[in-house]
Design a protein around this ligand. Structure first.
Ligand SMILES: C[S@@+](CC[C@H](N)C(=O)[O-])C[C@H]1O[C@@H](n2cnc3c(N)ncnc32)[C@H](O)[C@@H]1O
Length: 205
């Protein structure tokens, strides 16, 4: 499963440009707003899980964040971002890993996931993701997560996805997390299609 996932995503990032994938966004507005709402110090460790070729790391570096990690199963995606950042790439940590098997070497104050968890349509995969999150998050740590909404797409990148509203997404993370905020978003893809997302900002109790 992990190997299939790796080859699928490496193929995506080697055959498409970063700005033509459906999830591309120039300004990761809600991510930045919810991360700002966590009110963390500039050196608080933050991880972008399944960060792909997202511009979030560029924006967070520009805001002076000093402890950023980007994890992705695709080495091709991480290489894209490192090439884009040039010398600034040395200011972040790059982790090629499947989140379901992630063995962190440090703990994080904030775990960001835009459009990764919803690919885990098997209960065992979701359990493995949650175990990785438990290994990774500091006490009182934050989670900022987005998935397709109940009225969002049923597939992405040729793969089935699970859809959530804020209550069901919070339910997946569990009652150990307090729901601080939820939002709905309509993302416009580069091809002009509308995709509805659910966002949650959670914090470990
Ligand atoms: C829809 S893209 C979203 C990328 C990015 N978060 C964004 O908002 O632009 C999903 C990303 O998750 C990564 N991914 C998929 N399954 C993964 C897994 N099991 N572990 C780690 N990364 C994964 C893919 O390589 C891809 O970069």
């Amino acid at each position: 499963m992990a190997t299939e996932s790796r080859s699928h995503w490496n193929r995506v990032y080697t055959t498409k440009t970063a700005d033509t994938v459906s999830w591309y966004q120039v300004q990761p507005k809600i991510s930045l707003e919810l991360i700002a709402a966590a009110n963390l110090a500039a050196d608080a460790p933050i991880i972008d899980v399944g960060g792909g070729a997202s511009l979030l790391v560029d924006h967070l570096l520009a805001k002076g964040r000093r402890e950023l990690s980007v994890l992705d199963v695709s080495a091709a995606a991480l290489n894209r971002v490192r090439e884009r950042l040039g010398a600034d790439a040395a200011k972040a940590r790059w982790i090629e890993a499947d989140v379901r098997e992630f063995a962190p070497s440090q703990r994080y104050d904030l775990w960001h996931d835009r459009a990764v968890f919803h690919f885990l349509t098997d209960a065992a995969d979701r359990a493995a993701y949650m175990a990785a999150l438990r290994r990774s998050l500091n006490p009182r740590g934050h989670v900022v997560a987005a998935t397709f909404a109940l009225d969002g797409p049923a597939r992405c990148s040729g793969l089935s996805v699970a859809q959530y509203d804020a209550a069901s997404l919070h339910g997946e993370f569990g009652e150990n997390f307090e729901l601080l905020e939820s939002r709905r978003e309509t993302h416009i893809t580069p091809a002009g299609a509308e995709q509805r997302f659910t966002w949650v900002h959670l914090r470990l109790r």
